[in-house]
Design a protein around this ligand. Sequence first.
Ligand code: ARG
Length: 657
Amino acid sequence: MSTLIELRRRFRAALDSLVEDAGDLLELIRPAQDARFGDYQANCAMPLGKRMGQSPRDVAAAIVERLEIEDMCHAPEIAGPGFINLRLKDEWLAAGLARRVHDERLGVPPVERARTYVVDYSSPNVAKPMHVGHIRSTVIGDALARTLRFLGHRTITDNHLGDWGTQFGMIIYGYKHFRDEAAYQREPVTELSRLYKLVNQLVDYFGTRRSVPELERQLAEREAALAGQRDLLASPDKGLRKKAEKMLRKLECQTQEARDELAAARRKIQAVDASPVLSQLAAQHPGIAEAALQETARLHAGDPENLALWHEFLPRCRLDIQRIYDRLDIRFDCEYGESFYHGQLAGVVQEFRQRGLARDSDGAVCVFLDGFDAPMIIQKRDGAFLYATTDLATIEYRMKTWNPDAILYVVDHRQSEHFDKLFAAARLWGCEHVELQHISFGTVMGEDGKPYKTRSGDTVGLEGLLDEAVSKAYGVVCANDDAKPGGPELSEDDRRHIAHVVGHAAIKYADLSQNRTSDYVFSFDKMVALEGNTATYMQYSYARTQSIFAKGKVDLEALRRAADQLVLQAPAERALGLKLLQFAEALQDTVADYRPSQLTSYLFELAKSFSEFYHQCPVLTAETETRRTGRLLLCDLTGRTIRQGLDLLGIHVVDKM
Ligand code: ARG
């Protein structure tokens, strides 16, 4: 049982005799920010006082009077305007911990009402370069799915692979016109990704060339506006001058943006024009953009040649991605890629039309949604369906197959408008009762302040990234081992194994420990550091618990049978015990707003409490046998809680470091 749930249960009983609906007031019972004021704090007397028209302190007194809590807490204290401070009794804490010793779930009860979740994550576009953003989605989605499942929810994970998009038209076009057969035989995926990049570059070249006159016009317009504003600076009217200055700054920014955009476009064009090979290809394939689209259209229409190529390419590209999943230990329940829904798309559009939810506009079929400037297009003028159409079909399929209570989409923040529209359209369509959530996340930045890029920007690049983390971890593991007072303890095999576990963990944890909605800076050195909020520190804390058992030749079975000897005396023991009892709360917080960083913060706090305890309270050399047993039990619970917590984040532990 979670301490907080139990406290809320007791408060509910007390509040029920004071007010009609105490539900939202219970949210105001929280762990105390400052241990000097107690372990938990109830702040419900203030809003309740307002509601009842009484002084909050009186209301607090009335609550305390009705509270039956003597077995759990010392007498509650009323502080300030009406805070109720609660300090748990040591015996109550110890009894709760003793129960956890025999509880595999470490005091986390399975939810009373299990929901069904579909978690859509990772979902890279096959054959296109996979980027660090896809790792972020993979890692966050995996952690959320594991946590939801552990809490007792039915959880279905689905990798919504982009396996049917326009990139295939480009690859097919490239394959038909530019393929290097020997290279394809040797390393098919490398050759396919070269072809994709080449065709994409040429398509982009022509598109950019067409956009230049418009970019030039925009720049000229802004420069003219800027000159106009400058003239106003000479105006005798002070108000007008102030306004002009403000406007000028804005226009200067906009002009600079237009200038940058034009320069970037010119650079792209120059890259092709300056290369004899590329410029010749461009001259020979002026209609490449249109032709690549047609290859996609032919594939979608079931053209046997293109379909055969697609069937040949897909498993190979898929295998390439699988290497990353294997290294990260990621598995999905299903992988219905976009291609799976292809046959449903015409039906979706027809239904939207028939029910009057979509109409033709400029030849395209559009869903007009309240609160959005542009409609959501579900079929283009040329008959092609879009990403959004597939997503609607996917919702229909998921509803029919699993009837979920929630569908979570772990996708980067740049797609938020797509999801806002998708969810609005789905609601129009009748999906009112399912929780549709975009679990959005920020960009991974490099230390140079620009979006992080792996050197080659493809799966090979991502593997290189994992290799680099492992090699950094190897350095940290060796240095730590070499510095041990009695000399190194690890064999070379041990060191390599540990570096492998620690390196992969570092990448995952660095992602998970960030507030997911903000951008974060990717730094190898920070993520493998032994100190601070890193996986390495957590794994190190775990290994420390295990090395205590090894050193003391502790029989864990026998130790656990002595669970009733757990007493909390030293403040550091008590603080650690209190933290251990909050595991269930941390998991609640993690899923409340789908933030794995809540769990990493908890684990960090726990590991810090453990370190404090370890430095203050000798374990193997404790003054008495009972104290030794009690402390060993705390070590056991700490180790198990860290291991379980990390497991929910998809991170493994090692017994020694
Ligand atoms: N394939 C997309 C991308 O790489 C992400 C797909 C996310 N899931 C979805 N149901 N739209 O950008």
